[in-house]
Design a protein. Structure first.
Length: 235
């Protein structure tokens, strides 16, 4: 089954195929429930403009392979229906296929994963794949309560993560209430007491979707922090 992804090579190297062969790192971008829409494609493009090739990968390839929604109430309901029909095994299978493609296009490059909303939850799942060196979970709701497709909460997978994981939550996020944030922080600390591989970062007052300037919950200060974190980590 083909995946309809968005590939963003470094801007300076768009017409230089050989340049991909020397990349030190690549990024997989995982979307919100709204699909690989203009904002998600823009995230990949911004990373590429900073010199890091990026591949935006759909999470609903079986039920909505071309999903591209706006930030409207009706679109949210549609996206959530596809989310509810998606399993962890499907997500990891598709990510493994994407990683295999990147290994051919950018051989030897380290793979990082950046996800937002449901894509943030999926980024935590992606961290269990051996090829993933660093996952960034931006406001991934539900990781302490459920796992896509069923099973123990996704936080139970922390012991199987070999690379780094960074979780970012806002204190104003109604989808990740205080008890969930505390559970995430406690689980990360228990799995990595020294904080060498797992990090939890909390942004005061930031709401769900604070990185996305197409949403009413966009928080410029929190988004600036998030981008600076990514750019430093991926430099």
């Amino acid at each position: 089954m083909p995946l309809r992804c968005w590939w963003a090579p470094p801007v300076a190297d768009q017409h230089d195929i050989d340049a991909n062969m020397t990349q030190k790192r690549v990024v997989i971008v995982l979307p919100e429930v709204f699909g690989v829409n203009a904002w998600v494609r823009g995230v990949a493009d911004r990373l590429a403009a900073a010199g890091v090739p990026a591949l935006a990968v759909p999470l609903f390839a079986r039920t909505a392979p071309e999903l591209d929604l706006a930030y409207e109430t009706s679109d949210l309901a549609q996206g959530r229906r596809h989310k509810d029909a998606t399993t962890t095994d499907q997500i990891l299978s598709d990510l493994s296929a994407a990683i295999a493609w990147l290994a051919r296009v950018c051989p030897g490059a380290e793979v990082s994963v950046v996800g937002f909303c449901f894509g943030g939850h999926a980024a935590l799942l992606a961290a269990t794949l051996p090829a993933v060196k660093h996952s960034f979970d931006f406001y991934g709701a539900g990781v302490s309560r459920m796992r896509p497709g069923g099973g123990p909460p996704s936080l139970a997978l922390l012991p199987s993560i070999q690379g780094q994981l960074t979780c970012l939550c806002g204190t104003g996020d109604h989808l990740i209430p205080a008890e969930d944030r505390a559970a995430i922080q406690a689980a990360l600390r228990e799995s990595d007491p020294e904080g060498e591989r797992f990090r939890y970062l909390e942004l005061e007052g930031a709401d769900h979707g604070f990185m996305c300037d197409a949403r009413s919950s966009y928080n410029p200060e929190a988004a600036r922090f998030g981008w600076q974190l990514l750019e430093r980590s991926l430099a």
